[in-house]
Design a protein around this ligand. Structure first.
Ligand SMILES: Nc1nc2c(c(=O)[nH]1)N[C@H]1C(S)=C(S)[C@@H](COP(=O)(O)OP(=O)(O)OC[C@H]3O[C@@H](n4cnc5c(=O)[nH]c(N)nc54)[C@H](O)[C@@H]3O)O[C@H]1N2
Ligand SMILES: Nc1nc2c(c(=O)[nH]1)N[C@H]1C(S)=C(S)[C@@H](COP(=O)(O)OP(=O)(O)OC[C@H]3O[C@@H](n4cnc5c(=O)[nH]c(N)nc54)[C@H](O)[C@@H]3O)O[C@H]1N2
Ligand code: SF4
Ligand SMILES: [Mo]
Length: 675
């Protein structure tokens, strides 16, 4: 059971940490009154987040106690998707879930069960613990979690073995900062004061983004490429570094393999050719290359907006190759930062799981719609959704919804709130939030690991993931005596192989990674590849990319669908989380050069469409997106558009060049005044 929290004092301030899908991992002070969260503030435990937090998590009490919170287990009454549900007890709900899982396994085999989760809470105890144990033992299909960070992670692992990145606070030591395909004003706010301080100390800021973001306005140089063209930009800089004698050949000889091959692959990419493809003037590309070559320490902050297209993996590899070619490592504030999620290798998943991963089939989450509708070997009979809102967040939304509509599919949705996905469920189970259960979490920007207790009582009958999946293991006869089931036992098992982390967590509630919280690349942190070298053209990646690594795939635009639709994050939601708290209708942003010929003015309702679907929303004409690009926010719910569909109704379920990642920003569309 969730631990009910009883305390003598009515009002308390309790420590916690934010596990949301955000690089920053804020430490929190939570005001709790009679077991309820009344206010959420930042605390100073995490030296990077400095006591302040975003407005999203400040609003969390509205999620906890507001309309839309899922409070009790319920079964569907009436037609799928119509939202009719009847309350049942936990015992009935878990018996029903167990019966459906058992029946599917007996009738069609374990692979007819598809567990569907994607780190919605990002906590280490609420995913890949007792849930994985249950689904492994059932022999369920495995899910390739490809919707985020797969191409960038593969590139980072291939080139550097996921070496620790430059610590974000160390950017104050940088003289040049390249912010590339990432928008920290929205998606990692604690970097902003660091950038301001660096600029005050004289650092130059370059922003590479198809939109003129808040940060781009403050930049010394803003390059606004067509989406998906960062690869030619990076290759053109690499070419120029080699061809003008600015490459650090001594560093490359000592630390890297594949420099000659990379040089050969970059050779065709003159600034002129990269300019023609990317739409960034050749002079600006050269200005960036010169600044980068001539300034040290120079750091590149590379993000995820960068990867959500057909060239995402190769582009990430090329951008990551830059600091090696230009010799930018070995100084504080020099190098690159991508994701720092790979710094916690000492956490012992097998000890927590007590189970080996079976070799069952792997389904790519980007193709959920297709898999629900077309798979026959066996078909998916039970879909178990948790930590995820696929009806809102997956590409090819129309197909996902058609799949969820299937009468012979039993869908279980384990959720905190009534999401768009929960509406399609046959059975819903109420989940606790990180304020209501014990959690362990780490930042993927911040280099910190937190262990945080429950601070509030569970709303309604909500229960934590680890408890519910452990219970299902027992009901299905799959539990074994003595294996960790509680948060305390699971947390201890994870830390079992990491005595230093465990001691720090026990003493302070948090820990820093082995590389420390501010490592210098090539001084304190080195490539974690098997031979400790940088691999500029790793063989495995070269084999996987359709045109070989660094091979550029053309823009998917057609005459019928000439505009690139991108859907980056907004400061209202975290992916789709908290979306139900906003009632307004979203707008499509469009450049005057695209709006003019279509006769569109701000406030007009437009139809945005392609062969996959259609969205109707008001348009906002603005010079802040580059011509040829339109923008609708990520994470919208059905209620946020006039058509009930979102950007994902227009996003293809094609794959990135590496890792089968999502190509949200490869959506190509046409826009007209809505009839
Ligand atoms: N407020 C808030 N914070 C979040 C999230 C959220 O939804 N809301 N989501 C969290 C998650 S899950 C993630 S993965 C991270 C993502 O964080 P970011 O990496 O910042 O990802 P995005 O917001 O998708 O895109 C960032 C920028 O990339 C630009 N962009 C789009 N296509 C291209 C391109 O081809 N090239 C270049 N150079 N730029 C491009 C977009 O215009 C956008 O400004 O943020 C996390 N933090
Ligand atoms: N168009 C477009 N779509 C995108 C993106 C984009 O850039 N453009 N970005 C993609 C990216 S980067 C990501 S990461 C994905 C994220 O997409 P999702 O993985 O669907 O993430 P969320 O939308 O945050 O939904 C997470 C859900 O998990 C629930 N949850 C949280 N904690 C718990 C828990 O402890 N237990 C249970 N049972 N439930 C919990 C929350 O209530 C929430 O509804 O979206 C992707 N979708
Ligand atoms: S979402 Fe990010 S910025 Fe907001 S409180 Fe959580 S860690 Fe901090
Ligand atoms: Mo993400």
């Amino acid at each position: 059971m969730a631990q009910p929290l009883r305390s003598p004092a009515a009002l308390q301030i309790l420590p916690s940490a934010c596990p949301m899908d955000c690089p920053d991992a804020c430490s929190l002070d939570v005001q709790v009154e009679d077991g309820r969260v009344v206010k959420v503030d930042g605390s100073r435990v995490n030296p990077y987040t400095q006591g302040y937090i975003c407005s999203k998590v400040r609003r969390f009490p509205d999620l906890l106690y507001g309309e839309g919170r899922l409070l009790y287990p319920a079964v569907r009454r009436g037609a799928k998707g119509e939202g009719g549900f009847a309350r049942i007890s936990w015992n009935e709900a878990l018996d029903l879930a167990a019966a459906k899982l058992r029946a599917a396994r007996e009738r069609l085999g374990g692979e007819s069960i598809l567990p569907f989760s994607d780190g919605g809470s990002n906590g280490l105890l609420t995913q890949d613990t007792t849930d994985a144990r249950l689904f492994y033992r059932l022999g369920a299909s495995r899910l390739a979690r490809t919707v985020c960070s797969v191409p960038t992670s593969m590139a980072a692992a291939g080139l550097y073995g996921k070496m620790a990145g430059v610590a974000l606070p160390d950017y104050i030591h940088s003289r040049l900062i390249g912010v590339w395909g990432v928008n920290p004003s929205t998606t990692g706010i604690h970097l902003i004061p660091v950038l301001q301080e660096a600029q005050r100390r004289g650092a130059k800021l370059v922003v590479i983004d198809p939109r003129r973001t808040q940060l781009a306005r403050k930049a010394d140089l803003h390059l606004a490429p067509r989406p998906g063209t960062d690869l030619p930009i990076a290759l053109a800089v690499i070419r120029w570094l080699f061809e003008t004698g600015r490459a650090d050949l001594a560093f490359l000889a000592q630390h890297a393999h594949g420099a000659d091959e990379l040089r050969a692959r970059a050779l065709p990419w003159t600034f002129e050719r990269a300019a023609a493809v990317s739409g960034v003037p050749a002079e600006d590309l050269e200005r960036f290359a010169r600044l980068y070559a001539e300034t040290s320490p120079a750091v590149l902050r590379i993000g995820w907006g960068f990867e959500r297209n057909r060239n995402g993996g190769s582009a990430a590899a090329a951008a990551l190759a830059l600091p090696a070619v230009a010799g930018k490592f070995g100084v504080r504030g020099g190098g690159y930062t991508m994701s720092n999620s790979g710094l916690w290798g000492a956490l012992d998943r097998p000890a927590a799981l007590c189970e080996q991963e079976p070799a069952t089939r792997i389904l790519n989450m980007n193709r959920l719609g297709r898999d629900l509708l077309e798979r026959q070997d066996p078909p998916v009979a039970v879909l178990f959704v948790y930590n995820c809102n696929p009806a809102a967040t997956l590409p090819n939304q129309e197909m996902v919804l058609r799949g969820l509509r299937r009468e012979d599919l039993f869908t279980i949705v384990f959720e905190q709130v009534w999401t768009d996905t929960a509406r399609w469920a046959d059975l819903v189970l109420p989940a606790t939030t990180f304020f209501e259960h014990e959690e362990m979490s780490r930042g993927y920007g911040s280099m910190i690991l937190h262990r945080s207790p429950a601070v509030a009582e569970a709303a309604g009958e909500a229960r934590p993931n680890y408890e519910v999946f452990a219970d299902l293991c027992r009901r299905l006869g799959l539990a074994r005596p003595g294996e960790p089931e509680t948060a305390a036992a699971l947390g201890d098992a994870l830390l079992a192989g990491a005595p230093r982390l465990r001691a720090a967590i026990e003493r302070d509630g948090f820990a820093y990674p082995d590389s420390g919280w501010a490592p210098i690349q090539f001084v304190d942190a080195f490539p974690l590849t098997p031979d400790g070298k940088i691999h500029l053209v790793p063989e495995a990646l070269d084999r996987e990319a359709p045109l070989g690594l660094y091979g550029f795939q053309d823009d998917p635009a057609t005459r019928a669908y000439p505009l690139a639709l991108i859907s980056p994050a907004t400061n209202r939601t975290i992916s789709s989380t908290l979306g139900h708290l906003y009632k307004g209708i979203a707008t499509l942003e469009m450049h005057p050069q695209d709006a003019g010929p279509r006769g569109l003015r701000t406030g007009d309702t437009v139809r945005v469409w392609n062969d996959l679907g259609e969205v109707r929303v008001p348009v906002r004409v603005s010079p802040d997106v580059r011509p040829g690009v339109v923008f609708l926010p990520k994470g919208l719910w059905s209620r946020h558009t006039l058509s009930g569909t979102t950007a994902n109704a227009l996003a293809p379920d094609t794959f990135t060049d590496l890792g089968g990642g999502a190509c949200f920003n490869d959506a190509r569309v046409q826009v007209e005044l809505s009839p």
